[in-house]
Ligand binder design. Structure first.
Ligand code: PCA
Length: 213
């Protein structure tokens, strides 16, 4: 099995992006399966193009995209991506789409087709704070997750794919009061456990993991 795992370039004034900091330090093999790592630009449209090209070149069985969710205190395995860009800030090339449809011929939303509860359980069982997240926002992370699941729906039906949001790495919060973070090592461990759960579970497990608003 080949697993393509992506992280984003830094954005919003940050010097690093914890997603790629962790991704580039993952082992090249997990449970005997090959791990291919890449960095994706935090840019609307371009990010999906780069990902599609990588999928065509690498022909992975699983695609897992990772992004920064600054301020979150735990690792969030995203359940759903919506067909909408609504950017609060500009991306790294100055684009700021407001309430724009990503693909006019796409569904309103797509669910991740990964064992999201099993991924959360494996992280929590190993003392990494994690939960299912029911929104990936409306910026480039939702955009890439939607783009990935759209491509799976239209072009690569055999691929399993999804998205994980990770908190700031501790060095990013030195001047941010009362802001949560994790060490790089914890994030690397969390991603490794998630990948193990993907390899171990073709189908998801049934486990409490919903939200009450
Ligand atoms: N996080 C942003 C985009 C890139 C990233 O790492 C987001 O959550 O949309």
């Amino acid at each position: 099995m080949k697993i393509l795992i992506t992280g984003f370039t830094p954005f919003g004034g940050e010097k690093i992006n914890p997603s790629y900091e962790a991704v580039k330090n993952l082992d090249n093999e997990i449970l005997g399966e090959k791990i291919v790592k890449m960095e994706i630009p935090t840019v609307f449209r371009q990010s999906i193009k780069v990902l599609e090209k990588a999928i065509d070149n690498e022909r992975p069985d699983v695609v897992l995209c990772i992004g920064q969710a600054g301020g979150r205190f735990e690792i969030g395995v995203e359940r759903i991506a919506i067909n909408l860009d609504d950017a609060r800030i500009e991306d790294n090339e100055g684009n700021q789409p407001i309430d724009e449809t990503i693909y006019t011929d796409g569904e309103n939303a797509y669910f991740a087709n990964l064992p999201i509860k099993a991924m959360v359980k494996k992280m929590r069982d190993n003392n990494i704070p994690a939960s299912v997240s029911n929104t990936a926002g409306t910026f480039v992370c939702n955009h890439i997750m939607y783009g990935l699941l759209y491509l799976i729906d239209k072009k690569y039906p055999h691929i399993r794919g999804g998205f994980i949001h990770v908190p700031f790495i501790t060095e990013q919060i030195m001047n941010k009061r009362n802001t949560s973070s994790m060490t790089k090592d914890q994030i690397i461990k969390g991603l490794t456990y998630s990948i193990e759960a993907i390899i171990e579970n073709k189908l998801d497990i049934k486990m409490v993991g919903g939200e009450i608003c």
